[in-house]
Design a protein around this ligand. Sequence first.
Ligand SMILES: NC(=O)C1=CN([C@@H]2O[C@H](COP(=O)(O)OP(=O)(O)OC[C@H]3O[C@@H](n4cnc5c(N)ncnc54)[C@H](O)[C@@H]3O)[C@@H](O)[C@H]2O)C=CC1
Ligand SMILES: O=C(OP(=O)(O)O)[C@H](O)COP(=O)(O)O
Length: 339
Amino acid sequence: MIRVSVNGYGTIGKRVAEAIMLQPDMELVGVSKTSPNMEALVAQSKGIKIFSPDESSKKFEESGIKISGNIEDMIKYSDIIVDATPNGVGAQYKTLYEKYEKRAIFQGGEKPNVADVSFSALCNYDEALNKKYVRVVSCNTTALLRTICTLSKLGKIDKVRATIVRRAADPKEFKKGPINALVLDPATIPSHHAKDVNSVLKDLDIITSAIIAPTTLMHVHLLNVTFKQQIDKEDIVSIFLNTPRIVMVSSRSKISSTAEIIEVARDLGKMRNDIREVVVFEDSIYTKGSEVFLTYAVHQESIVVPENIDAIRAINGISADESIKITNTSQGISGGYII
Ligand SMILES: NC(=O)C1=CN([C@@H]2O[C@H](COP(=O)(O)OP(=O)(O)OC[C@H]3O[C@@H](n4cnc5c(N)ncnc54)[C@H](O)[C@@H]3O)[C@@H](O)[C@H]2O)C=CC1
Ligand SMILES: O=C(OP(=O)(O)O)[C@H](O)COP(=O)(O)O
């Protein structure tokens, strides 16, 4: 069993922790909490061990939360730490992971140089084999890479252009905005996503621009890929339908919004409405000569969860085929049409 702990039990951390609990070859040592908030109470109710920084453990006792030790203890008890702390905090923790000679997974909010390799399971799994530090790229970059690497099986890609409509905040983040504006993010082009894709696909010609929209549900990407040769819509539909980490909303579903996708996730009984796959709108796929246009939605809260699980196995030297198969089965990821 691989003993894994999750440092930072927020949007990503809680999902990764629960995914770890579902893996046949992993054991969740526990999670860290810096304050005894609602998420700490939920973790306790699920029987998850909680570790805190020393100075705050009294606060936890007062809230009726049992602490199993401090964060250093949690690190000592673990083989691998998944760091899901806020942007930049993971880099500060790295010295602690190094001190105890522990391997770690970082998230996309950290700079690429925090790790030996930036990771996207369908693109460069093998580069992460037996590495000490792996960075799972952010939600938008994960979606871009998954889609691009899948399309690249159809032929050589000349260039990629993408417009990213970013959700303004996650559903729990009531203090974030905007609530009534579309914000250029940034006002200059390219957005940081192109550089992040290049942290995995070094030579890809890609330009991205991004805009923040007042929604919490999902991101949406408008993608334009130019191949070196003519490309057919049927081949694109076929490869997407046969790639488990991509699902499609069928033409017959008449879905044209993220609101409807999330409603389908709710109706299908998906836990927390999570959709870990890239969700391609079938009707949006359009080809002209060597160019492909398509639109997909990205559930930002959950898309990186399977990648984190695979990164844990990659660090342990387990092959891509084996890991992806176990992760997909345990996470109910099957591909095809979502509806
Ligand atoms: N929310 C999203 O849509 C996505 C986020 N990411 C990345 O995942 C990482 C985590 O983001 P979220 O889960 O959204 O953040 P979050 O704010 O929901 O969760 C972070 C958690 O870390 C805790 N924390 C803060 N300081 C800490 C410390 N010093 N020690 C231990 N725990 C601490 C916070 O209390 C919180 O529970 C970031 O790098 C982010 O860029 C990646 C993909 C999608
Ligand atoms: O959109 C995201 O990251 P990304 O735009 O860097 O891919 C993540 O959801 C984190 O976004 P945040 O930094 O607005 O919390």
